[in-house]
Design a binder for this molecule. Sequence first.
Ligand code: MG
Length: 385
Amino acid sequence: MTLKRAIIHVDMDAYFASVEELDHPEYCGHPVIVGGLGPRGVVAAANYAARKFGIHSAMPIGQARRLCSTGIYCQPNMSRYRELSTRIFSIFQQFTPLVEGLSLDEAFLDVTASRKILGDIETIGHSIKSRVFEQTGLVASVGMAKNKFLAKLASDFRKPDGFYRVPDDAHVFLDPMPVGRLWGVGPKTARRINRAGILTVGQLRKADIHLIKSVLGANGAHLQALARGEDERDVISTRTEKSISHEQTFDLDLRDDREMLAILQKLSEQVSRRLRKKNYCAGVIHLKVRSRQFQTSTRQVSLVETTDSGKAIYAVVKTLLKRWLQLNPGTAVRLLGVGSSKLETKKPPEFSGSTKPGIESVLDEINDKFGEQTVSPTLGKLSKT
Ligand SMILES: [Mg+2]
């Protein structure tokens, strides 16, 4: 018995065109078309007023102009679209660390674990929609379901300004749809299925598996599972953050390896704390050493198992430093750094089966309340010398 997941798909309405309307209020109410304006340009986005003329994305711009000569045609302003996209995605992050971006204006959010704190999936979906509007002035369509496939169909269902949750009995929602709406079914495959007398998702769901396999081959069982509304794929978070590191430069160069190790221990704790705060585990740990002569060495180790533990990180950098010191005996050190990369989002505790917070997250809470380094699992109280 697997846990019922809560997946949200957010898709901004006519994104590029809506940003142009936002930045040019005088465009509102007019057909707005964003795209390459040269002779070989194509439409990148069209607002709903323009779509009434039959204009859609990927259409040659010349054809669009013939369909709607009175429209407002704009060159894409990608840096502006990216800027607003960053803002929108940071709103998503307020609801869950599990955000999978599909493009500048579209993402999946796994809010399964967030429900404990933020309310049911519709409450969360509604908060996302209104927060995006309040903070950007842009309208998002929101689809909610138990998996990615259904959530994506749901956001499209009542677009623009859509808000739809797929009912627990997904068949009511899915059955009437044409088979072409299933992921992986292009026009060619759709025609092949139609020729076998199957027009709707409901018909595909109920069809005999042998018939389906004779029409679709090995892919048949997979498509029939989609037709039943089944999709087990996880939301894979796509993050811009590539690494987390801390380093310290010393007023007086260090020569004593015990002092160096104490610093590494502190830096490891800081890195580990930030990893846990962001719900990451690291796959690679780095050590950085800069000598008095400004020669910088970096050493790294790939871990067999990813970690967010300060102890584990310290164990790695300690070994790396000892090796470095053997090769560079007596070197005065002016900087030490501890880094982590190949970051992965940790699954929420609900998925890993444990609900007890680890000792290190409890320590994080204490340090958050009373200040950095109030308690440390490895050092006890820091002694000042
Ligand atoms: Mg969109």
